[in-house]
Design a binder for this molecule. Sequence first.
Ligand code: FPP
Length: 249
Amino acid sequence: MSCFDNIDKARTPAHVAVIMDGNGRWAAKRGNSRIFGHEQGVEAVRNTIKAAAKAGVKFLTLYAFSTENWNRPRFEVEALMSLLVNVVKSEADELDKNNVRLKIIGDLNSLPKKVKRETESIVEKLSENTGLTVLMALSYSSKWEIINAVKSIATDVKKGKILPDDISQELFDNYLSTANIPDPELMIRTSGERRLSNFLLWQLAYAELYFTPKLWPDFTEEDFYEAICNFQNRERRFGMTSEQLKKTN
Ligand code: FPP
């Protein structure tokens, strides 16, 4: 039986974030190049988008390229950039058919012009869709995002648009690239690593963390459903006691 049958759709997390890790190790195990691992990881991206849509997830954030990834060897960075843009282009019609919207989060100005232009045109093409929103984190890091938010808030205070006392958690949310999007309730990381790696540090404050030893190219639809079932079997207390929760439910 598939784990899918055990998912309680009414309690599916609205937002799931994924650190797709292990492409390099997957390829090395097979005596292949790291680039081959990234190419094979594309199928796992398809599986994950399909599974998220079927499970009723509304927002899916995929950590595709971190700010720190710019420090990788130049040929790997170039190969990843062209893979990312080619995948976005070649999948655009399929995403459109499935009513999927795309949003890019990250420092878009640091991307090669062609990558920026072409991804933005696909974002525009899919902008009227109303189903699952895929947020692709590209040249993204949480500390970069938080500093950016702080700078914008400081500018708005200086201009008199807001007062220092107006600064609240809700206001801060609105200065992040995930403004108006609920925080992820579940974060999945593949490859056995147990780190956040500068990913959505503010937004993941209360997320359930799910780590699987599977390397990213091996991640299947069923693996995604297992993560959702595991999430649904956890007690989310938000600082309260079990007894308090039982009373409110
Ligand atoms: C981490 O594995 C993976 C990445 C840095 C890139 C992820 C990109 C893809 C899966 C390609 C397609 C993606 C989209 C969204 C279209 P790693 O290289 O860190 O692996 P390692 O830890 O084993 O070295």
